[in-house]
Design a protein around this ligand. Structure first.
Ligand SMILES: CCC/C=C/C=C/C(=O)SCCNC(=O)CCNC(=O)[C@H](O)C(C)(C)COP(=O)(O)OP(=O)(O)OC[C@H]1O[C@@H](n2cnc3c(N)ncnc32)[C@H](O)[C@@H]1OP(=O)(O)O
Length: 308
């Protein structure tokens, strides 16, 4: 599929386009960020945070450290006024191979004691793992995820918690859990049906574990753009992130929070929540600034908005 980035690359002037590409080159870092062993976090442009899954030699398989580092990372981002939008991608050959199968035995092991106590402990562990992706959804800053190559098992759980999904032409998605003997339990079964319109397709993917390739992912609505390769995708993700970051953070974050609230509630409840939300947010200085810029036919990106 022809993508807006590719079109943009041809239509925009070189002076506008080149800074974007050079920022993309700085987006892939060499090592995990200190404090993390599985994530590399950087700021490729003002107000944009890039979180890269960074265990390329193990295809970004999600080990124990990863599950807790995601919570730390997104909790930090949620409260960071310097960040207005997040881009998530994977280092190396693929986006992610899903849960670390070598770790799995120790995650699911139980002491062999009382069933009730084992079960209670297991419930606590599963809820903790669920939090690793729910923290993305709870983050008020929009999260754009860019997938290349394989996105397996836990990878699908992760991307369905993100707000905008992009992929490369070589990407494939697999709800692999039934193949390893479990029902997906960290978000796919709850969120994928809300992302993809066809319940039948969701059921098929989850029950058969078949691979879904980029074109079908686009046709089904799982992703909104398919790019020819990773470099074009990262340029596209950054461009989209810039567009979001250039707008009022009060408006953008209010939009994310209310979209998610509405997804999980009736229209009447969503409208009620919205009215309560906006009874304070409509008093923001951002509205006056944005309205003036609009009257003057200026892009919102020309406005300086205060940090949020
Ligand atoms: C409560 C928690 C709930 C969470 C549930 C989540 C469930 C799931 O995620 S189910 C899905 C599990 N994942 C898989 O079954 C995928 C297994 N991997 C692959 O199929 C391939 O590795 C892949 C297609 C991703 C890439 O193939 P490629 O040929 O490029 O690489 P490999 O030579 O196979 O692997 C390179 C090294 O990475 C290690 N590795 C790959 N995947 C995993 C993994 N899931 N867990 C642990 N390690 C993994 C692989 O062993 C190689 O390591 P080394 O031999 O040391 O080089």
């Amino acid at each position: 599929a022809m993508t807006f980035t590719v079109r943009a690359a041809f239509t925009k002037s070189r002076s506008v386009w080149l800074p974007g590409l050079s920022a993309v080159r700085t987006m892939s870092s060499g090592d995990p960020t200190p404090a993390y062993t599985t994530l590399s976090v950087s700021q490729p442009a003002t107000s944009i945070t890039h979180v890269e899954l960074h265990r390329p030699e193990k295809r970004n398989a999600m080990n124990k450290a990863f599950w807790s580092e995601m919570v730390e990372c997104f909790t930090q981002i949620s409260g960071d006024p310097e960040c207005r939008v997040v881009v998530v991608s994977g280092a190396g050959k693929v986006f992610t191979a899903g849960i670390d199968l070598m770790d799995m035995a120790s995650v699911f092991q139980h002491e062999g004691g009382d069933v009730a106590r084992n079960a209670w402990n297991m419930r606590r562990i599963i809820a903790k793992y669920q939090e690793s992706f729910t923290v993305i959804e709870r983050c008020p800053k929009p999260v754009v995820v860019a997938v290349h190559g394989a996105c397996i098992g836990g990878g699908v759980d992760l991307i369905t918690a993100c707000d905008i999904r992009l992929c490369t032409q070589d990407a494939w998605f697999q709800v692999k859990e039934v193949d390893i003997g479990l029902a997906a339990d960290v978000g796919t079964l709850q969120r994928l049906p809300k992302v993809i319109g066809s319940r039948s397709l969701v059921n098929e993917l989850a029950l058969t574990a078949r691979k879904m390739y980029a074109d079908e992912a686009k046709d089904s609505g799982l992703v909104s753009h398919v790019f020819p390769d990773k470099e074009a995708m990262m340029a596209g993700a950054l461009e989209m992130a810039r567009e979001i970051a250039g707008r009022s953070p009060v408006a953008v974050q209010g939009t994310k929070v209310n979209l998610i609230y509405s997804r999980d509630h009736s229209v009447a409840e969503g409208l009620d929540y919205m009215a309560t939300w906006n009874m304070s947010m409509l008093q923001s200085e951002d509205i006056v600034k944005s309205a003036v810029a609009s009257m003057e036919k200026k892009s919102p990106e020309t406005i300086t908005f205060s940090k949020l």
